[in-house]
Design a protein around this ligand. Structure first.
Ligand code: ADP
Ligand code: MG
Length: 334
């Protein structure tokens, strides 16, 4: 627990020191969205995702779902902060609706069961239906929002909350993703993070069998210990990973800024540099849309940056993207 706290503290300190935190955090949040969706086989490639982030209208179904996850995370954060920093059932409902892009609410028909994907064996049958689920969520709300009721370290509490939310399984679908967003919001509520940059899902994707098994062992064997240890290890490792990624992005940004100044001289644009680190797949129209440059200037810049090997062109269909490929390398490293 001490180790996990220390690394989360380091990550949070680093984020607080960033002049423009949204910038680099946006990419980490997208990574979390991608991995959290991958846990249930919604698989997008890194490239596909960042292309979609630059131009949503042509995105694949999976990429759109990943973008919805990010949207849900930020909407949930806003709602929590608007409600005196309380993490309430209505926020959880809003989160799942944005993830699923529908109006589904708390389950009100029986029949939901968690099954083994291979042999169909029922692993867990959550409680039913709406009235019962709302009562259980109300208890969970009290556990989350009332520190006197349960004076535990927030990291341990987060592990309890995640199991409990998944065991209640309040929705017909999207419970895993909603529960993982709740984790991030909870750490913000507890002021362990000022931004929701919890990147837990990269660990869960890597150790997915254990994730499922340990949730199950809490129900069947009351084995809280191993579940909590799993979550603490996940917190430690992913906080370290995020810190490393942010540091690498920062030094890459410095390096690219220097090079860009040489290549573009007096027409160097800081806005362009920022955009390259928010959306690593650039295209001319995007620079126009963001009002960074007119078409002709944009095209000259991107060409010069390509010649200097800062960006790499990639033609997809009729569109040429200019990829900040070094950033893509930093993002996919682990
Ligand atoms: N034995 C279990 N008991 C409770 N929850 C579980 C169990 N096994 C898996 N889960 C949770 O259920 C989630 C899958 O439920 P689902 O509603 O399909 O969520 P999503 O669609 O977001 O993946 C998993 O990601 C995990 O969080
Ligand atoms: Mg599902």
């Amino acid at each position: 627990m001490a180790k996990a706290s220390r690394y989360i503290g380091e990550l949070n300190g680093l984020c607080a020191s960033l002049p423009n935190p949204e910038l680099l955090i946006n990419t980490i949040v997208l990574q979390e969205s991608k991995d959290s969706s991958a846990i249930e086989n919604i698989v997008t490639t890194q490239d596909e995702l960042y292309k979609a982030a630059a131009e949503e209208s042509t995105a694949s179904h999976a990429a759109k779902e990943v973008l919805s996850y990010r949207e849900a995370l930020y909407a949930g954060l806003e709602k929590m902060q608007a409600q005196k920093n309380l993490l309430l059932t209505n926020t959880m409902v809003e989160i799942v609706q944005i993830i699923k892009q529908n109006k589904a609410g708390i389950r009100n028909t029986p029949g939901t069961a968690l099954k083994n994907a291979i042999n169909g064996e029922v692993i867990y049958t959550p409680p039913c239906c709406e009235e019962v689920l709302r009562e259980k969520l109300a208890s969970l709300e009290r556990f989350i929002n009332n520190p006197e009721a349960s004076p535990l370290d927030p990291l341990i509490k987060m592990a309890f909350i995640h199991y409990q939310f998944e065991a209640i399984h309040p929705f017909a679908d999207g419970n895993g993703k909603t529960g993982r967003i709740v984790n991030a919001l909870y750490l913000v509520q507890q002021e362990l993070l000022t931004q929701p940059i919890l990147y837990l899902s990269s660990y869960i994707v890597k150790y997915k069998t254990e994730y499922y098994q340990l949730l199950r062992n809490v129900t069947e064997k009351n084995n809280w210990h191993d579940w909590i240890m799993y979550m603490l290890t996940a917190l430690t490792e992913t906080a370290q990973l995020s810190t490393k990624k942010i540091r690498n992005m920062l030094s890459l940004k410095e390096e690219i800024e220097k090079k860009m100044k040489q290549v573009l001289g007096s027409s160097f644009s800081y806005d362009l540099l920022q955009l390259m680190f928010t959306l690593p797949y650039l295209k001319i129209e995007l620079l126009e849309k963001k009002e960074i440059a007119h078409r002709q200037t944009a095209s000259i810049w991107l060409k010069k940056l390509t010649e200097a090997d800062i960006l790499k062109p990639q033609k997809i269909g009729r569109t040429t993207y200019f990829v900040n490929y070094k950033l893509m390398d930093v993002l996919s490293a682990d």
